[in-house]
Design a protein around this ligand. Structure first.
Ligand SMILES: [Zn+2]
Length: 441
């Protein structure tokens, strides 16, 4: 579909506008730390204001600005929120083929930190707001656009701050669309386009292991060496055989793909999926990544302590306490302490809602042969804060591109497909229009 005749939308023009806005947006460096989301708010707000929107701001710390605007609806229900974090993760520029903040366009792609995570989606949401205004569409409920700070560093200056200080911003919507699932070609080797819609996500649990021992002279091993204790603990954790759990959303996703014959020939086994696709393996168990280890003061001194950092991600609904207790049993050493550095949990949203039905209908109509599956996001997103307050929040970025591009999220050479943005805006606009039963009055 290239035009929506009854509304007079020419999607090619809209996509050109999205590309142009996103190019400018990618050039604003909002690497977190420090974030500097004020620059993003000051970029987005004038675009909205020039088309009749009024923007509100909160500042959670110097430069840590979040911005909100709304399209007033008929008040039939609580609002729909279009949520978009404005910060990005830092880059290691030496690993990029292009300048990550130059917004280079080549081979049908727009390159830059944030192209996927999540300035691309933020720009689609912005265009939905602009199109509604231009077309004089009135939704049955308010549509709230929230460009929020500090998603990438735990949200203490973003959603968690709002939860503490402006809770109405969090509790007001009934539904929200956010990052967490996207449209993909070749997902898990599928020959059909698959749109992941994420009602749930894993819970981060960041742990520090601290081993203690006897200091001493390197010439005289005494059997109570903190570094050696830490290594034994890490080795035991690496070999900890944790159960594979196929949670209901994952089971449902696999079933839908099998029913749709999404694989040529017979469906791959669970084992094969886990071995081939680390992102799939991660939704079937609690994972642990060892992300650092430090100790030592001098080459010939046995140190008194040693530390390691672990990034653990638990399946939805799993208990932190049970996990830590099991880890202590696996380590089996009183002189290795397990300390919680950070943890943040939220419940899951239902996959049986009006929003999910609308998403399924629109995707089916607009992309031939496509299917929608429930997915568990392996990272954590701001949706957890909304879900804590009962907001139905979905990770649904309806751009469509090769699944391998997802490696750019938090990685190198992050880029988005312009054709994918074109598909994305058509789906997102129609989902929002249909869900809010928007009419031209
Ligand atoms: Zn991210």
């Amino acid at each position: 579909m290239t035009t929506t005749p009854e509304l007079g939308i020419h999607w090619g023009d809209v996509t050109a506008e999205i590309t142009s806005v996103l190019r400018d947006y990618l050039r604003i460096n909002t690497s977190n730390p420090p974030g500097n989301e004020q620059a993003a708010a000051e970029f987005l707000a004038p675009i909205l204001e020039s088309e009749g929107y009024e923007c509100e701001y909160v500042e959670a710390g110097p430069g840590r600005v979040s911005m909100r605007t709304r399209l007033h609806g008929a008040g039939a229900a609580r609002p729909l929120m279009l949520l978009n974090p404005t910060d990005v993760v830092p880059v290691q520029e030496e690993f990029w083929d292009v300048d990550p903040f130059a917004a280079v366009e080549k081979d049908g792609m727009l390159w830059g930190r944030g192209a996927l995570d999540m300035k691309g989606m933020g720009t689609l949401e912005l265009l939905v707001m602009l199109l509604f205004k231009r077309l004089n569409l009135t939704p049955n409920r308010d549509i709230v656009f929230l460009a929020v700070a500090d998603e990438e560093a735990g949200s203490a200056f973003g959603m968690e701050w709002l939860d503490q200080n402006e809770q109405g911003w969090i509790t007001e919507p009934e539904f929200a669309l956010n990052e967490g699932g996207m449209g993909a070609l070749n997902l898990l080797g599928s020959n059909r386009p698959v749109f992941a819609c994420s009602p749930s996500e894993k819970s981060p649990l960041w742990l520090k292991l601290r081993a203690e021992g006897q200091p001493g002279h390197g010439s005289t091993p005494h059997g109570d060496n903190a570094v050696e204790r830490l290594i034994r603990a890490l080795y035991a954790i690496q070999n900890w055989d944790r159960a594979v759990t196929i949670q209901p959303h994952t089971a449902e996703a696999l079933q839908r793909m099998r029913d749709a014959n999404a694989w040529a020939g017979s469906a791959p086994s669970l084992n094969r999926l886990c071995q081939t696709y680390p992102a799939f393996a991660a939704v079937t168990r609690d994972t642990i990544s060892n992300t650092g280890a430090t100790s030592g003061i001098k080459h010939n001194v046995i140190p008194a302590d040693a530390e390691a950092t672990l990034d653990c991600r638990l399946l939805p609904g799993e208990s932190y306490d049970d996990f830590i207790k099991s880890m202590r049993d696996v380590i089996d050493d009183e002189k290795v302490d397990v300390e919680v550095v950070f943890g943040s949990m939220g419940p899951s949203s239902s996959f049986e809602t009006e929003m999910v039905s609308v998403i399924e209908d629109v995707v089916r109509e607009q992309v031939e042969g496509a299917l929608v599956i429930p997915s568990t996001c392996v990272g954590f997103t701001d949706s957890r804060v909304l879900r804590r307050h009962g907001v139905h929040s979905y990770g649904f970025v309806p751009t469509l591109m090769d699944a391998s591009l997802a490696a750019g999220v938090h990685g190198h050479n992050e880029r988005t497909s312009i054709e994918g943005l074109n598909t994305g805006i058509q789906i997102l606009f129609e989902v929002v229009r249909r869900f809010t039963n928007a009419q031209r009055l």
